[in-house]
Design a protein. Structure first.
Lengths: 135, 137, 267
């Protein structure tokens, strides 16, 4: 019998409310606010209340996929990254760097977002970088 | 007739077996009622969930009247029992909220009571005219 | 009080009277719900209170053959009684309750009517006998109709539709909530169209509300929900002589006929 509440930070916005993930037998089943948290004071917004829902969601990607003949096939990381790098190089060569845009996410860490914009500006050479919070 | 007078919009939910038949008989008998109401037929007064009444008030109805069978006559035996309890709670809630509970009423009209339909609806409409327009509008 | 509780829990787990005890614990200065099992030396905490009835419902659903204990305040006990009546979401026969009495400060803060556990195997703590006055309810009752409407419009305009009140409520257990139905509550508008969202919620919780106050504590905009729900609880008491969560054998008035649960005054 395994029930526990694990303290974590909500991945969605910059406020950083602490919340508890209810874990029952190794699976996340719900969310509880943290009543002693100084930031949230036991309250959560709608994104915080549903922060657990994407963990085991059926639509969540779990393996790299590459499109062949119009259909997605599971593949290994090396092949997927090689495919992305080859195609981006081709597009950059044919249409110029500004034909590529990068979209990042609030669920990524600050370090990951820094990498995204560095990749966009230094490697690809474009300013077209944006974030889901602005959309 | 004063054309600037307040013309209320009253919604009347009638149950299929008793009050709708009573309304129909009132119409056939050419009984005169002020034309400020619309009838919506439901199968039973117990089918009228509180969301229907609240949405009617939120969308601008000045009054909502729910007409059902007399106690003991309900086609579904206990549908009107549910309606009675529900409407009682709803009226108390509206009063706490700042909407007069006189805007919502539950009454009983049977299939042969055309005169009663006329008097119940007319009295209700007069009451709504006295109350004035819906404050939620 | 915590030492007494520690002794009771250890004894119950040792003698296998229960397989686990639901309570609160402290971890790194944060308080959270916890399942104490045999050999568990975690710290027992008492405040701030959480809606433990929801935790019990989850555990009983997942482990139907186990027996649980719970360190419950009176509001948790009321929630469990009410859940037992509604499709036996909690089987209260399979729960051993350790009741804890609320302190004077807690009773005044919640303006609670019944702060002492009324059905528990063992009760820890002194009974507090004080008259509680709910100032916001009195203030509302003294307002005229249009003042009340203005007050609620001002309050409910703050709402950001986080569903915190619904999620925190121990009695909101419907698998398909009407507040998520696009027919009544259209998506994409903040604040939700006045006054439908809140009136619908108030109607659906009448008869269910046990007065734990979790809804107001979970509201990020500090909307005084307990004021409205206290008034509705008083109405249920006046109309049907029914106190939600107190008597285990009394039928739910809004789900039964007038012969089974008569109405006292004309609505």
């Amino acid at each position: 019998m395994n029930y526990s509440n694990v303290l974590t930070t909500c991945p969605y916005c910059g406020a950083g409310c602490n919340l508890y993930l209810e874990v029952l037998d190794g699976k996340v089943v719900g969310t509880l606010p943290c009543k002693t948290d100084i930031i949230s004071e036991g309250k959560l917004c709608i994104k915080g209340w549903n922060a657990h829902s994407f963990i085991n969601h059926p639509d969540r990607l779990t393996k790299p996929l590459v499109k062949k003949d119009g259909k997605f096939h599971e593949t290994k990381w090396e092949e997927a990254l090689r495919s992305v790098a080859d195609n981006l190089t081709k597009i950059k060569g044919k249409y110029g760097p500004n034909s590529i845009a990068l979209l990042s996410s609030a669920k990524c860490t600050n370090e990951e977002n820094y990498l995204v914009q560095k990749f966009a500006r230094s490697v690809i050479g474009t300013n077209n970088v944006d974030h889901c919070a602005r959309l | 007739m004063d054309t600037n007078a307040f013309k209320p919009k009253v919604l009347v939910f009638t149950c299929n077996w008793c009050s709708y038949a009573g309304a129909d008989l009132a119409g056939v008998s050419r009984l005169q009622i002020k034309p400020y109401f619309r009838v919506i037929r439901t199968m039973c007064s117990g089918r009228v969930n509180p969301e229907l009444v609240l949405e009617a008030l939120a969308k601008g109805a000045d009054g909502v009247l729910v007409l059902g069978c007399h106690l003991g006559d309900c086609h579904y035996i206990t549908g009107n029992h549910r309606a009675i309890k529900r409407m009682a709670m709803l009226r108390k809630l509206l009063e706490h909220f700042g909407i007069s509970s006189l805007r919502v009423k539950l009454d009983f009209v049977s299939a042969g009571e055309a005169q009663r339909f006329q008097s119940v609806v007319s009295n209700f409409i007069d009451g709504i005219i006295a109350l004035g327009p819906n404050p939620l509008k | 009080m915590k030492d007494k509780l520690r002794k009771i829990i250890d004894e119950w787990l040792e003698t296998k009277k229960v397989d686990g005890v639901v309570g609160l614990t402290e971890e790194k200065e944060n308080i959270k719900p916890h399942l104490f099992q045999k050999g568990d030396t975690s710290f027992i905490a008492l405040t701030p209170k959480y809606p433990l009835a929801s935790v019990m419902m989850l555990l009983q659903e997942h482990y139907p053959e186990k027996r649980f204990g719970i360190i419950a305040r009176e509001c948790d006990i009321r929630a469990m009684v009410e859940l037992h009546k509604r499709e036996k979401k909690i089987d209260i026969e399979r729960v051993d309750i350790i009741g804890i009495a609320c302190t004077k400060k807690e009773v005044e803060e919640c303006a609670c009517d019944f702060p002492y556990p009324h059905m528990a195997e063992v009760i820890v703590g002194e009974k507090i006998e004080i008259e509680t006055k709910n100032l916001s309810v009195d203030r509302l009752l003294n307002m005229e109709l249009n003042e009340r409407l203005f007050f609620w419009k001002y309050q409910f305009d703050k709402c950001m539709k986080c569903y915190g009140c619904r999620n925190a409520c121990p009695l909101c257990i419907c698998s398909e909530c009407v507040l998520e139905d696009d027919l009544w509550v259209k998506g994409g508008r903040i604040p939700p169209p006045f006054p439908l969202f809140h009136l619908i919620r108030a109607v659906h919780t009448s008869g269910r509300c046990i007065g734990c106050g979790e809804c107001e504590k979970a509201c990020p905009m500090d909307i005084p929900l307990t004021t409205l729900y206290t008034l509705l609880r008083n109405n249920v008491k006046e109309l049907f002589d029914y106190n939600a969560g107190i008597e285990l054998d009394k039928e739910i008035p809004l789900l039964t006929t007038l012969d089974e649960t008569p109405m006292k005054e004309e609505g």
